[in-house]
Structure formats: structure tokens, C-alpha cells
Write a protein that binds this ligand. Structure first.
Ligand SMILES: Cc1cc2nc3c(=O)[nH]c(=O)nc-3n(C[C@H](O)[C@H](O)[C@H](O)COP(=O)(O)OP(=O)(O)OC[C@H]3O[C@@H](n4cnc5c(N)ncnc54)[C@H](O)[C@@H]3O)c2cc1C
Length: 383
């Protein structure tokens, strides 16, 4: 029999860490529980996958329950949809996001509201998918086609589904600061963002799903290899209900503006009134502050100075091609799914790096090459 691991407030009068039992036995250790830092997409999906395999999981997240994520990811790939299907939530995900009849097309125009549409990739929206209409991404031998949904809609669904699973405990308002590991497992040190109390958690394994600035990654002493800057992007999340009525062509999920004033792209977020606009800095532009965000947005949209819009949030970010040189140190991992499966021998954990690192490198190279190709296309617009 195993006891679950728990978080304890520091109590100097007694030892505050609850140890798991049966340490040293491989199967027992794998079932003694996993701590995950970060309830973003990766942390929540990993938690559900482990819980689905009968492994108890605690997820520690600094955000408050219900606090929305940043408006970043807009696309869910086939493989992720297949995982959602296995977890019993693919329908929920597909039903969320934009309205039923909003096209998932990618449109290339001179500007978002321009008369001149250069070309378009027609991609079936939710209703057409349901009706089995063919499209450029429907030929996959899969039960679940990709879906377009922003993470502000996706993540609450993941959270709700994960929180309802019996083997998962999600603890919000916890900032993890450090960890130690020994032969028996990992001790995580954290503080409550509600009252500042020191907390300590003990588990057999720790997985850092704590995003780009990962504390866990630094804790295992990895370094990042690759190109620190591939592109620089000013992203602005705006609200403008009237924009939809200004389009001269069928609305699209992604609209690329190609012109001599400012190239950029825009994603429809709710399919009604909210939009995410990416403005790519040019080589000669020194930094984010030297670029007139508002003017660039107007050029990408193709609207004049009298066009009013609300800025909901903004983020300046670097596209990078950086891959960690190590993915785990003994019982601590920085992401993954196959690594912690309950049915396998512990030796499978060593395969994690061999399996994931080449894939991570491939994805990173693909993203970098795509960014270079798009920058070249933007730069090739004739004057
Ligand atoms: C503009 C933009 C567009 C993108 N578009 C796409 C796309 O279309 N498709 C796609 O697949 N990807 C896209 N991405 C990438 C995608 O957003 C990320 O890969 C994804 O969000 C990473 O998920 P994650 O769960 O690993 O990390 P995050 O989403 O960053 O989540 C990390 C979580 O950990 C928590 N956390 C961090 N540190 C601590 C700590 N010390 N203690 C407790 N909690 C902590 C954070 O609060 C957060 O909730 C895009 C990225 C950007 C910037």
C-alpha cells in the first residue's frame, strides 16, 4: 500500500515532509505520485495522461483558479486532438472557440480589409468538419482532425476536465522556487501567494511544465543550445466588433497582410470581435520601442487614423531556436509523456531524452525555417 504525497506548511517543531513508502521498489515508486509544476497546456495534459494511467498527480500553479492564460496558441494539432479523444474531451474542445460556421481559412491579402485578396487556403470550419466536407487537412488517417482554438478557450476546458479526474489535485496560487532530490524522490519548495506560507511537497518524480522561463529547467542545470533570436514580434490583442463587417471577403481564421507599408498577420480569436495581430520587426529596426505599434496595426489592417480599437493586451516576444541539452536529471524532468508510464521499467525514463530531444529539435528547426521563409516572403513584396 502506498500513501499519497502531500504539501505541508513548514512546522519547525517536526519534520514536515511526508515520505512515500516502499521506496526503492520500481513499481511502487512509479505509483507514489508525480508533482507537476505549471497548469498550462502541457502540465494539464500530462496530469490527465498520468491520472488516466492510475498515477496520482499534484499540479502546482502560480496563477489563481480561473485566471486566463496569455492569448498565444491558436492551433491544436491532430495528435493533440487524438489525445483529447482518448481522455474523453475531444468533442468539448471541438465545440469551443469560434462560432460553428466561422471558416478556418488562411487568407492572403494586401491588408485585412483590402479589396485585393491574393489567395486563400480554404479550411473547413466546425460545421463543415461535422458534415464531413473535404479540405486540405482532412485526408489524414485519423479519427480527429486538427482544430483551431485559442488557448484562452482551450485551457479552461483542460483545467475543468483535469480537476474532475479522481487522481488529480491542482493547487493554485503556489509559486515553486526550488527543489532537492535524493535517491528516494524529490522535495519541492514553494510559497503560497495567498498568505506567503512556505510549503514543501514530496513525490517520487517532478516534471517541470513551467513554460519558457522554467525554474525546473534551470534546477537540473541544463543549458539551451541554438539561436537566441530568430524573429522579433510585437503581438497585440484587440477588440473591435465592427472589423468583421469591414472585410470585403469571407472572414478567415488567419489573415496575412502583404504590402509595402507593413506586413503582418491577424488571427480571429472569438470569431466575432477579438483579434490577435502579429507585427514582425524588420532587420533594421533596433528594438521593440523604436517601432510604432499603432501605426503598424493600422497598416496591417488597412485602416486609417479614425479607426478606433481597444487594446486588451500586448506582448513583445522573440522567436527562438533553442533546445535544452538535457531533459532530465534522475527523478526530475522538464516535460514529457512517455517518461512516467506506470507499466514500464524505470529504465524507460532514460529513453526519454533519446526519444524527445530529436523531435524537439525537428519541431524547433521546422518553426525556425518557417519563420525565415515567412520573413523572406514579407521582404519580397514588390514596391
Ligand atoms: C504568440 C505565440 C503564438 C503561439 N501559437 C501557437 C500555436 O498556434 N500552436 C501551438 O501549438 N503553440 C503555439 N505557441 C506556443 C505555445 O503557446 C506554447 O508552446 C505553450 O503555451 C507552452 O505550454 P506550456 O504548458 O509548456 O507552458 P505555459 O503555457 O507557459 O504554462 C506554464 C505554466 O507554468 C506556470 N508557472 C511557471 N513558473 C511557475 C512556478 N515557478 N511555480 C508555479 N507555476 C509556474 C505558469 O503560470 C503557467 O501557467 C505560440 C506561442 C506564442 C508566443
Amino acid at each position: 500500500m502506498l500513501r499519497n504525497f502531500n504539501g505541508f506548511k513548514t512546522d519547525k517543531s517536526k519534520k514536515m515532509i511526508q515520505e512515500t513508502q516502499h521506496e526503492g521498489q520500481s513499481a511502487a515508486r512509479q505509483n507514489a505520485g508525480v508533482l507537476i509544476v505549471g497548469a498550462g497546456r502541457v502540465g494539464l495534459v500530462l496530469a490527465m495522461d498520468l491520472a488516466w494511467r492510475g498515477i496520482p498527480v499534484t499540479v502546482l500553479e502560480q496563477r489563481r483558479r480561473g485566471e486566463p492564460p496569455e492569448v498565444k496558441c491558436n492551433h491544436v494539432a491532430v495528435r493533440s486532438m487524438e489525445v483529447f479523444r482518448r481522455l474523453g474531451m475531444a468533442e468539448k474542445v471541438r465545440a469551443a472557440g469560434q462560432p460553428d460556421d466561422y471558416a478556418h481559412d488562411v487568407a492572403y491579402r494586401v491588408s485585412a480589409v483590402s479589396d485585393l485578396e491574393l489567395t486563400r487556403i480554404p479550411i473547413t470550419g466546425r460545421r463543415e468538419r461535422r458534415e464531413g466536407a473535404p479540405g486540405p487537412d482532412t485526408g489524414w488517417p485519423t479519427a480527429e482532425l486538427p482544430h483551431r482554438i485559442n488557448q484562452i478557450f482551450l485551457e479552461p476546458l483542460l483545467f475543468e476536465h483535469a480537476a474532475a479526474m479522481p487522481n488529480i489535485r491542482i493547487v493554485n496560487c503556489i509559486e515553486v522556487s526550488d527543489f532537492d532530490q535524493d535517491a528516494k524522490g524529490v522535495t519541492v519548495h514553494a510559497s503560497s501567494l495567498d498568505d506567503g506560507a512556505e510549503l514543501h511537497f514530496r513525490a517520487a518524480y517532478l516534471v517541470g511544465c513551467d513554460g519558457g522561463r522554467s525554474m525546473v529547467r534551470k534546477g537540473i542545470g541544463e543549458s539551451l543550445q541554438g539561436d537566441a533570436v530568430v524573429q522579433r514580434v510585437q503581438s497585440t490583442y484587440i477588440r473591435k466588433p465592427k472589423l468583421l463587417s469591414l472585410f470585403k471577403h469571407r472572414p478567415a481564421w488567419a489573415t496575412f497582410s502583404l504590402n509595402t507599408r507593413r506586413c503582418g498577420n491577424m488571427y480571429a480569436i472569438d470569431g466575432k470581435e477579438t483579434w490577435l495581430i502579429h507585427n514582425y520587426l524588420l532587420d533594421g529596426e533596433a528594438d521593440f520601442d523604436s517601432v510604432d505599434r499603432d501605426r503598424c496595426i493600422r497598416d496591417i489592417l488597412g485602416v486609417g487614423a479614425d479607426f478606433e480599437y481597444e487594446v486588451i493586451s500586448k506582448e513583445d516576444w522573440f522567436g527562438r531556436h533553442l533546445v535544452a541539452d538535457r531533459f532530465h536529471d534522475r527523478s526530475v524532468f522538464i516535460a514529457g509523456d512517455a517518461a512516467l508510464r506506470g507499466w514500464a521499467d524505470e529504465a524507460i525514463l532514460d529513453a526519454y531524452v533519446a526519444e524527445r530531444q530529436p523531435i524537439t529539435e525537428q519541431v524547433s528547426v521546422f518553426a525556425m525555417n518557417h519563420a525565415h521563409a515567412m520573413a523572406k516572403a514579407r521582404g519580397a513584396v514588390p514596391a
